[in-house]
Design a binder for this molecule. Structure first.
Ligand code: DP6
Length: 336
């Protein structure tokens, strides 16, 4: 029998235009499209091995055997792959992030992108990038965007078939840097999947969704024209809109910490005075400060001086999910 094993790596990504709310939560068809940048050096590495001797799927995540909901989510992807490949075997999944858990980096994006690629390859399937993105989406919506490389758009679509992500520009197109400003390293209280379900409880969600095509157009154009000021305005507005929805859901979700707000208030002032920086926050208190590469050192120095800032990770635009020959040991901690 052929070796039914493969190893894949995939980057995390940061959304410039956010995904918040599903029109179909089982299939993870989002209510609006989103645009993101892959984060080079912040990876998940996953090995999938289908084995005749296994009686269940086994998940080894960051060197711990995990069951429950996390394993169920992994098995959902494996079931789809098994059905397509007509492969009646359970699998062992060994997955490791090279970035700290709870660092404000959506580990599920990198994790389900790497899992989808490794599982299809191990099962001997030949799938297109769009098919892989659709598969990763079933595990975690934002994972659809960690399949293609560089700057990526996920078209919302209306069904499983047309909801997938594609690259709008390669990583080298624009040398932006994401400074991930960690103000709290604890795990978040309310995860994204629960948050998506609460979005419609906010009267602001409809307005946010209605206006999304405008923001997507501005963001796409800003990336293609490398227009930092245009990007900064729309990225900050989109993040604020999503957090306004979160704060007005039922129950309300308040993800910011005092230090998050300190950073958010300073960044536009720094931009006014000529430093090319803007902020965006996902479902957590840590602030992603997006900057032009030539502003990154100055921005990092200023950020380190803000009380409450614990640590800063740094990432450039990252590439597509890819198959690697073998599992590589990670350096102790990435991108500090
Ligand atoms: C705030 O992709 O983590 O980071 O599909 O339930 O796994 P699930 O949600 P997830 O949601 C990401 C939400 C976000 C915004 C974004 O990345 O677009």
């Amino acid at each position: 029998m052929a070796d039914l094993s493969a190893v894949a790596v995939a980057c995390a990504n940061i959304a410039f235009i956010k995904y918040w709310g599903n029109r179909d939560s089982r299939l993870r068809i989002p209510v609006n499209g989103s645009i993101s940048m892959n984060l080079d050096g912040l990876f998940t590495q996953t090995r999938v091995t289908f084995r005749p001797e296994h009686e269940v799927d086994v998940l080894n995540l960051n060197r711990q055997i995990i069951g429950g909901k996390a394993l169920e989510r992994v098995s959902t992807i494996l079931d789809l792959v098994r059905a397509q490949a007509r492969l009646p075997l359970f699998a062992e999944v060994v997955s490791e992030n090279n970035f700290p858990t709870g660092a404000g980096i959506a580990s599920s994006a990198a994790a389900f992108a790497a899992l989808s690629l490794a599982a299809t390859c191990a099962a001997g399937l030949n799938v297109s990038e769009a098919e892989l993105s659709r598969l990763a989406r079933r595990g975690s919506g934002s994972a659809a965007r960690s399949i293609p490389g560089g700057f990526v758009e996920w078209q919302a679509g209306e069904s499983d078939l047309d909801s997938y992500a594609f690259s709008i520009a390669p990583p080298a197109y624009w040398d932006l840097v994401d400074l991930v400003v960690i103000v709290q390293a604890d795990e978040k209280q309310v995860g994204s999947s629960e948050g998506h379900a609460l979005a419609w409880a906010s009267p602001l969600q409809e307005a946010r969704v209605q206006d999304a095509p405008r923001r997507l157009n501005i963001c796409r154009k800003a990336v293609l024209e490398r227009d930092f000021d245009a990007l900064a305005g729309v990225v900050e507005q989109d993040s604020n809109l999503m957090h306004a929805v979160m704060m007005t859901s039922n129950p309300p979700l308040f993800y910011w910490e005092p230090a998050s707000l300190s950073v958010m208030k300073l960044i536009p002032q720094w931009r006014e005075s000529g430093l090319a920086v803007c902020y965006t926050l996902d479902a957590g208190p840590n602030v992603h400060v997006i900057c032009q590469a030539d502003a990154a050192v100055e921005a990092q120095n200023r950020l380190e001086a803000i009380p409450g800032v614990k640590k800063i990770l740094k990432a450039s635009p990252g590439g597509a999910a890819r198959i690697v020959k073998d599992v590589h040991p990670w350096p102790a901690q990435a991108n500090e």
